[in-house]
Design a binder for this molecule. Structure first.
Ligand code: SF4
Length: 314
């Protein structure tokens, strides 16, 4: 029987992220915390640091909350019931279906982007995504078998990932080429239709890199809610669509780095001006991280970019 913990972990990591990127993180997490009990007992900041670079940090916060609830309320066993699964933090309709189907072999229908593409072609549906999602789920349900639903779920997702690919589906190799309506009508390359993406706005801000003579650096933990929540970051201004306010975290001789950091989040592009101050002195409340304790790998990707640019300007 597959291990629900590992399936849950991989499904959470794979949301919005490719298999290639996830592989190393999955390895790291299962080495550090091989089961749900170990993860539930882990230190929050260690888990956030291990997740750094994987993005969508709410996933990591919910991962911890979920592990703790599974231990506290379900004696360390993931529930099999979909409603109970969806009551857990970070588990939505897709993940609950994937867990129920793949981990517990229950006849639930798993619909990810690959399955949506396969279904839109199988049924030659021209309604654009995301409007077509409910209809595609109904189509997918009609094909889900009672026998070996877990193997079936993985097979359809694999079919979408390897055969029914977005640009050039290999219909000649496809086990469904006979019943596939798009294949019969020659419309497979037009599908799935998608509504045009909205243009992302650009926000601007300052990031402040302050260091002392002994190499200690000024970092702060972001509040748990919101973007990069709970992550260790350089202090920064608000990120706004207009002119950001320059308000550094301490008085020092701030120097602007000639290049800017550019980063894209789900809903906006960000351009950060990097300001550096060296040889700063303590002014009480700020918590500097010692040089020996600072690991750039603990920072999210955008903050690693800030560090790299700050380093270049030396
Ligand atoms: S026949 Fe072609 S378009 Fe239809 S499901 Fe198979 S690969 Fe996709």
């Amino acid at each position: 029987m597959p291990d629900p913990y590992r399936i849950w972990l991989s499904e959470i990591m794979l949301q919005q992220t490719t298999v290639t990127v996830v592989k190393a993180y999955f390895q790291k997490f299962t080495n550090l915390w091989p089961n749900v009990f170990e993860l539930a007992a882990a230190n929050d900041s260690e888990v956030m640091a291990a997740w750094a670079g994987l993005g969508y940090y709410a996933r990591a916060r919910n991962l911890l909350k979920c592990a703790r609830e599974v231990v506290l309320n379900f004696e360390g066993h993931f529930p099999q019931d979909r409603a109970q699964l969806q009551s857990l933090p970070g588990i939505g309709p897709y993940t609950s279906a994937a867990l129920a189907s793949i981990a517990f072999d229950l006849p639930e229908t798993v619909v990810d982007g690959n399955v949506e593409r396969v279904m839109s072609r199988m049924f030659d549906l021209h309604v654009p995504l995301p409007k077509s999602k409910p209809q595609l789920t109904v189509f997918a349900e009609t094909l889900t078998p009672k026998q070996r639903p877990g193997d079936y779920a993985q097979a359809v997702m694999d079919l979408g990932a390897t055969v029914c690919t977005p640009k050039s589906p290999s219909c000649d190799l496809c086990p469904w080429s006979h019943p596939c309506l798009a294949r019969q009508r020659g419309t497979e390359r037009e599908l799935p239709k998608k509504l045009p993406k909205e243009l992302k706005p650009t926000r601007y801000g300052y990031a402040y890199v302050a260091s002392k003579d002994d190499g200690a650096v000024l970092l702060e933990q972001r509040p748990n809610v919101g973007l990069l929540g709970g992550m260790l970051c350089w202090p920064s201004s608000n990120w706004v669509e207009g002119e950001p306010v320059f308000a550094p975290p301490l008085k020092a001789e701030w120097v602007e780095v000639s290049e800017d950091v550019r980063h894209t989040f789900t809903h906006f592009h960000l351009i950060l001006k990097v300001m550096i101050a060296r040889s700063v002195s303590d002014c009480g409340s700020q918590r500097f991280t010692k040089k020996t304790e600072f690991r750039v790998s603990d920072l999210p990707t955008v903050m690693r970019k800030v560090w790299n640019l700050a380093g270049k300007s030396e």
